[in-house]
Design a protein around this ligand. Sequence first.
Ligand code: NAI
Length: 696
Amino acid sequence: MLGDRTGGTVRLERDGGVAVIVIDNPPVNAGSTAVRRGLLDAVATVAADPGIEAAVLIGAGRTFIAGSDLREFGQPLEEPQLPAVIAAIEAYAKPVVAALHGAALGGGFELALGCDARVAAPGTRVGLPEVTLGMIPGAGGTQRLPRLVGVSTAIGLICEGRRVAAADALALGLVDAVVEGAVAERDGAQSLRASAVAHARGLAGAKNRVADRAVPAEPAERIEAAASAALRAGRGRPPAVEAIRAVRAAAERPLDEALAEERAVFQRLRLETEAFARRHLFFAERDSARLPELEGVAARRLERIGVIGAGTMGTGIVIAALDAGLPVTLLERDAQALESGMARLRDHYARRVDGGKMSAGEAGKRLAALDPTTDMVALATADLVIEAVFEDLAVKQDLFRRLDAVLAPGTVLASNTSYLDLDAIAAATGRPQDVVGLHFFSPANVMRLLEVVRGAKTAPDALATGIALAKRLGKLPVVAGNAFGFIGNRIYAAYRRQCEFLIEDGALPADVDAALERFGFAMGPFAVADLSGLDIAWRMRRQQAATRDPAARYVEIPDRLCEAGRFGRKTGAGYYRYPSGAKRGEPDPEVTALIEAASAAKGIARAAVSDEGIVTRVLLTMVNEAACLLSEGVAARASDIDLVLVNGYGFPAWEGGPLFWAGRQDPAWLGAGLARLGDLSGPGFRLCDPGVLRAA
Ligand code: NAI
């Protein structure tokens, strides 16, 4: 589904007795009002011509209807609406064949489901992603899809919003044929268009409506299992709940009733906050890598990468690259460390083979594209080298200095550092213009977010190459300036600090975690801290102790926990206790006592904080830190910050990110809330002007 404002046209052509209806609304043939009107007119013209024996629907250019115009969904819909177009196709007495190439998603695929047959070019993707956009399919998708694939499969496809590749679509019965041939509408005899016309003739005038088919019978347990899995994956949110209900109705209720109900739910959901939030994130993703200053800047060559360090992050990056078909040279400091990294990589692929996710041959092929080495000279053939060695400035500087001597000119040098100063790393080389930060998130082969960090001297084409790598790996790049913690860790640090203030002021860790989890965070901050371990941050705090502003509010509770040997889940105790390896911690009276003593020592009169109070303080903290980042130029756009929080830190996508949340609040309330936040947070807390949010 893509947002496109142009009107578009529909042309009617002839191929003998077959009418060819060509949808032409560049760039992606989005289903605009003009397209729907054109389709309706075309079907009426075709129906009125007795000389026409069948029709083909095809998209001009590089795709079928890739999706509806998303922006329309936030406003009153203009006539004719999509269900009327589909009804006209179904009411037409002769067969209509959808010829699919590129993408046929959302309304585009619903239109195809309204046809009597679907033929697809290789490389086509079909699917109904509405649930991932906070809605449900609204033009019969929840009714026609189960008639083709059964209720349980339809629940999975719709709730996941899966984009199904042509071969899988054929196997599932979503399309009737995959034709080898060109994707363009105008090509010769072997083209998709010619195949679709032949297919239409082959139907010999017979209608074959999906709507007329019975939903295939299947065991109730299979449907229950699919529904509960989809509900869990959809976090019990309304789009998943409603989609499951609608698909089940296909097997239980008359079609016209179920269609009317589907439409009503679609009309309601598309105007709810979740749908606006998800549309916001959709456009934020589309724009994240589009920087005005990079317009026309070509990325450098990217045919082989080097990864340095085969630890947690290095091996994750290697997997991401191998899975994207990018050959990798992996450098470690000695044979033993290299072998333990290689063992981890072999295990990873073996697990995928054992789990039936990949053939042994494919796993072997991926690993064969990996060149493990302890000799730095082997990196000379890489176009981009990423280091993921210890988080220590001296180690990284020494490495970059030595790399300078072996890498080919123009090689992009990237660092996966989380907190170190990229410019200080770049200064160790004679080519700081080639240095860029690539801050992957753990596990690097799973997490989509990738902060691409621009140093003071980073050349535009080096930055463009970092972005190109992110895309090649299927990641979501967000560009950040070089500042402590970049975008994500900087906001997360402020958030964590505020949560510490909260427990010093009167809440308990379990209160804070529960309130934030109810708001929608995947996990509360104290549960996260216990999971990742308290000792690393403790070490960092001790290193920074000398440079800390002595006047600023400093919560000693985490230090007290570490002094007591409570490093989190791995030691059986942290903010919570974990009796005999329990996964979920339980509140510990010892911690409560420790926290109460810490408050008392500072003369703080503890007072309970409501769930709402906790959530508001946390969100305002994020908003304030975001305002600081924007005013410092570390983040270029408010929407980039939302992407980082949603994709890297478990912020609920249905809330659209902290700045989307802020944009929905009354500005006067927000301003007053931020001022009060400053008071509650005590000395040393820096408030930034929220005015910058409106401009961003
Ligand atoms: P790790 O300790 O698991 O792995 C580091 C690896 O680098 C080790 O295998 C070590 O043998 C190797 N190494 C050290 N010096 C080397 C050298 N001179 N040449 C070649 N190899 C060398 O560390 P981890 O967690 O993978 O972190 C690596 C980097 O990624 C750090 O800068 C860290 O801040 C960053 N990072 C870590 C994240 C995490 O969640 N662990 C998240 C994002 C970034």
